[in-house]
Design a protein around this ligand. Structure first.
Ligand code: ARG
Length: 447
């Protein structure tokens, strides 16, 4: 039972938060005259000493003391006797653990949001460096229309900016103190919940003691936001994997973030990107694990909830690690501009431009679509890209003169014709670079 019941192996990570919370609680108890002032001072000094022992690695964590709360309290009582034995007045481990995990969550959310802004800035750097690289944009994994590489990177900046917002939102919503909720029904002592909350940097106190000890929504929100962020990371990782293949060859990933094969001497594998993609499995699984723990639990605290920490810590550790690695890897991604440029002349990327050019001269769009479709079919038969077909032949079908059509079919010029807000034209992408840099820095200031 001891081995089964104990959580110290996992929750010792909460030592800093546990001590922080206990100091705020003891100060409040002393200030309200619930415990003697002198005992308050002894408790605080004792807890600071224990913090030092834990930092130094000399503290002995005991499984028979079950969890971090009992381990620290027991050590405190050894040192301070009756004073330490008064610390748990007007408190239960239920509101204590709710407080600790909330404090930990608050830091974790800030840390993850910060890493997400770092990734945004790294992508913005990559985008600024690739402003004039044009490559095929895809739908259905088929070449569609040409775009700036910068526009492609900035699409991910949008995703990671929304992710940053989700972590900051979750943190703001959860920034309230459960301390004083007791086991489930508060306390008979005249404690000052607001004072303890203020001391711990909370915006307010929780409104319902029963909810406060059984609420783990903030962990679910963190883990759900993590699932979305990790899904975005996995999409970016997948693009790095396929773009670095011989088949695409748009990029080369530096040796620092690649590995070799134990058998094939020529291999260079994009392991970092693959691992990021692969870790998505456990991060998604962790959310389902905690949702399932909480599903159908009656109020209020139930020991099931001890199972909240492992999946949460794992999600937080792994997401942060993936964010760090992706951010560090991006400067090692070398763009092969020649391969990107060569790819522009395969896939009839300016077929839409030709149809739209006809429409601008009066043709109904469906008619133009049909005519250009026929031309593409003819190009395919000859093994040519539409942009390499004899211009006179195209002119016979669609009108206009050769010089004009040459510009219409040029994939580089095609990008700057898409000059709308949110589009890939040079000046629009430049504006987007400035706006997204500003937004990332603003989000960073909110952390
Ligand atoms: N180790 C417990 C947890 O992580 C702490 C709270 C225990 N409360 C209780 N009434 N047994 O959930």
């Amino acid at each position: 039972m001891q081995r089964f019941n104990a959580s110290i192996g996992v929750d010792k990570r909460l030592h800093r938060e546990d001590i922080e919370g206990s100091i705020a609680h003891a100060r409040m108890l002393a200030a309200r005259g619930v415990i003697p002032e002198e005992d308050g001072r002894l408790i605080e000094a004792g807890l600071r000493k224990i913090a030092g022992e834990i930092e130094a690695g000399t503290f002995v964590f005991r499984e028979d003391l079950e969890d971090i709360h009992m381990n620290i309290e027991s050590r405190l009582r050894q040192d301070t006797g009756d004073a330490g034995a008064r610390l748990h007045t007007a408190r239960s481990r239920n509101d204590q653990v709710a407080l600790d995990i909330r404090l930990y969550f608050r830091r974790a959310a800030g840390r993850t949001a910060n890493l997400l802004t770092g990734l945004q800035l790294a992508l913005i750097e990559a985008a600024a460096g690739g402003l004039d690289v044009i490559l095929p944009g895809y739908t259905h994994m088929q070449r569609g229309q040409p775009v700036r590489l910068a526009h492609h990177w900035l699409a991910y900046v949008e995703m990671f900016s929304r992710d940053t917002g989700r972590f900051l939102d979750a943190r703001a919503r959860a920034n309230e103190s459960p301390l004083g909720s007791g086991a489930l029904a508060g306390s008979t002592f005249p404690i000052d919940r607001q004072a303890a909350a203020r001391e711990l940097g909370f915006d307010r106190v929780t409104a319902n003691s029963m909810d406060a000890v059984s609420d783990r929504d903030f962990l679910l929100e963190y883990m759900a936001a993590a699932c979305i962020a990790q899904t975005h990371l996995s999409r970016l990782a997948e693009e790095l994997v396929i773009w670095s293949s011989a088949e695409f060859g748009f990029i080369a990933i530096g040796d620092a973030f690649s590995t070799g094969s134990s058998m094939m001497p020529q291999k260079k594998n994009p392991d970092a990107a693959e691992l990021i993609r692969g870790k998505t499995g456990r991060i998604h699984g962790n959310l389902i694990a905690l949702l399932t723990v909480l599903k159908g639990l009656p109020l209020t605290y139930n020991k099931d909830m001890q199972e909240d920490k492992e999946p949460f810590f794992d999600t937080s550790d792994q997401l942060d690690l993936c964010l760090e690695v992706m951010t560090a890897m991006l400067p090692h991604v070398r763009v092969r501009a020649d391969r990107c440029a060569a790819a522009l002349r395969q896939g009839h990327l300016t077929a839409t431009d030709l149809a739209e050019w006809m429409v601008a001269r009066g043709a109904p769009f469906r008619e133009a679509h049909h005519v250009v479709g026929r031309l593409v079919g003819e190009a395919e038969r000859r093994g040519l890209d539409l942009s390499r077909m004899p211009l006179e032949e195209i002119a016979r079908e669609v009108g206009g003169d050769a010089g004009e059509l040459k510009a219409v079919l040029d994939p580089v010029l095609a990008v700057d014709r898409r000059d709308l807000p949110g589009g890939p034209a040079r000046r629009r992408v430049k504006a987007a670079l400035t706006a997204s840099r500003k937004r990332a820095l603003k989000q960073r200031r909110m952390i």
